[in-house]
Design a protein around this ligand. Sequence first.
Ligand code: HEM
Length: 157
Amino acid sequence: METGLLHLHNLLRWVVLILLLVSIYKSYAGGAGNKQFTASDKKIWLFTMIASHITLLLGLYQWLLGRYGVLSYIKPEGSSTMKDPFLRFFQVEHPISMLLAILFITLGYGMSKKQVEDGVKFKKALRYFVLALILILAAVPWPFRGDIIGRPLFPGM
Ligand code: HEM
């Protein structure tokens, strides 16, 4: 089960990224083309938020009880989380950046419910979604980040 949950967390990254890119495109096209905010825009923003929240729940589980979880991993004698690049990344940098990214996605979705002009909805949501994308791209343990932090593009690779 442990491995399955980690694989799911890995795979959901692609779902979040694809939905986020579609949300960004729709917000940009809506704002630039002075379009009306439609139910389809709201649906895509909602799906993006739901996918990110599921990833958050799985991440929280990894962070607390996973192989390197703060409650389950026993650090080698004398080591410190902030001085160890591996622990610092998975216990501090990755979770904090992703939490912020998911907060921005949630704020972006929140714009769909605000009583403001459609143009304002699109523009503000676009800003939140782009910020989230930057944070996610920066904090994913991409394979090119090296042996210590890098993880496969797809589970089990
Ligand atoms: C959109 C949000 C997120 C994305 C795209 C994401 C992506 C990833 C990816 C691709 C991995 C590597 C998985 C593997 O080894 O196969 C990973 C690992 C991990 N993530 Fe996330 N993550 C997100 C949110 C979070 C959050 C919010 C937390 C904690 C609160 C978290 C905690 C972890 C931990 C602890 C690991 C390492 C698990 C292990 O190796 O045992 N993640 N994440």
